[in-house]
Write a protein that binds this ligand. Structure first.
Ligand code: NAD
Ligand code: IPM
Ligand code: MN
Length: 353
């Protein structure tokens, strides 16, 4: 049996609570489908590690992680002790860049049994794939401050859009749209107000679309796109967006589909030159940490996406089916109106698998 080496990076807050349930579910699927998984846990990156060592990870983190088949990541961030830009640029954002995980794939689905905050929506009405650019765009550390503390003080931060970076995420999104029944792609833009980078993004979308004549494609400015997510999410299939716009849409979409507690994401290096990273869309949720009430479904769904990426589509499908069944008649955490604990939901899903 081929044994896959997975690095477990639970991180901070509820990352530490949902991670055991993600592992439990993957182990159940691995047993059923005869998949070899070897887990190795790391105490970094985390804000606890930072408080002890003055950094989020050891200097040789890249060498330590490079041999793994995948990284299974909980959440990082504890703003009371470490500023968020320090903890995130010292961990997750480094992984995305250094491991060239240029696709952030974020499925958003309204699942049966999940109360939808939008009026008159049925399961199936929300079924989209957000493809978020994950290594450049508005997330750049290029910039600085000058004349600090004087009345001439200013800050400057650049956004970076490269031909390679834009084209590769668009290509991934068009290819994905081609595999889906609706064959529809929406691009998020803001070329009316952001007058240099966003017209460039639009141009690259038009150029890429020429190679995919069978895909219907449209574009919306991010402001009205956000409104349409709420008013008519059924019109979306694949949604491709820059780093920041994709970030915002991928919290908004899951909130429209019930709760961000179930939303997974895959940070992919499609060439497999580096390990890919699988993490919930949500963060460390300091407001609920320590009560064992975080919804573990996002983490479990990430486990399914990880197995899919490793080549085990049947195992993925069985895990997602187990999540769906649990949402219909199993225990629920409070974000879905239930009273069950993280552990109870995780155990229920593992036993269905
Ligand atoms: P958050 O996602 O942690 O929490 C937002 C809200 O959603 C909170 O009310 C929280 O209780 C709720 N929530 C989140 N996950 C849930 C779950 N699984 N079950 C039930 N409820 C859930 O976002 P935030 O409050 O903006 O950020 C908190 C910290 O996490 C910050 O340090 C932030 O930078 C960090 N963060 C990290 C990641 C990551 O590691 N990928 C992602 C987002 C935020
Ligand atoms: C996400 C998170 C991160 C992001 C933060 C924590 C830096 O919000 O994965 O969506 O903005 O990419
Ligand atoms: Mn986010």
């Amino acid at each position: 049996m081929n044994v896959h080496k997975i690095a477990v990076l639970a991180g901070d807050g509820i990352g530490k609570e949902v991670m055991p349930e993600g592992i439990r579910a993957v182990d159940a699927a691995a047993k059923r489908f005869n998949i070899g998984i070897e887990w190795t846990s790391f105490e970094w990156p985390s804000c606890d590690y930072y408080l002890k060592h003055g950094k989020m990870m050891p200097d040789d983190w890249k060498e330590q992680l490079d041999g793994y088949d995948a990284l299974f990541f909980g959440a990082v961030g504890w703003p009371d002790t470490v500023p968020d830009h320090v903890s995130l640029w010292g961990s997750l954002l480094k992984f995305r860049r250094q491991f060239d995980q240029y696709i952030n794939l974020r499925p958003v689905r309204l699942l049966p049994g999940v109360p939808c905050p939008l009026a008159n929506k049925q399961p199936g009405d929300i079924d989209m794939m957000i493809v978020r650019e994950n290594t450049e765009g508005e997330y750049s550390s290029v910039g600085g401050r000058m004349f600090e503390g004087t009345d001439r003080e200013f800050v400057l931060q650049e956004a970076i859009f490269t031909r390679t970076g834009v084209d590769r995420v668009l290509k991934f999104a068009f290819e994905l749209a081609q595999k889906r029944p609706k064959k529809h792609l929406t691009s998020a833009t803001k070329s009316n107000g952001i007058s240099i980078s966003m017209p460039y993004w639009d141009e690259r979308v038009d150029a890429m679309s020429a190679g995919y004549p069978e895909i219907r494609h449209d574009k919306y400015h991010i402001d009205i796109l956000a409104a349409r997510f709420v008013l008519s999410p059924e019109r979306f299939d694949v949604v491709v967006a820059s780093n920041l716009f994709g970030d915002i849409l991928s919290d908004l979409g899951p909130a429209c589909a019930g709760t961000i507690g179930i939303a997974p994401s895959a940070n992919l290096n499609p060439e497999r030159s580096f390990p890919s990273l699988f993490e919930p869309v949500h963060g460390s949720a300091p407001d609920i940490y320590g009560q064992n009430i975080a919804n573990p479904i996002a983490m479990i769904w990430c486990g399914a996406m990880m197995l899919d990426f490793l080549g085990y589509t049947e195992a993925h499908d069985a895990m997602v089916a187990a999540v769906e069944r649990c949402l219909v008649d199993g225990p629920r955490t409070p974000d879905l109106g239930g009273t069950a604990s993280t552990t109870e939901v995780g155990m229920a899903i593992a036993s269905i698998i």
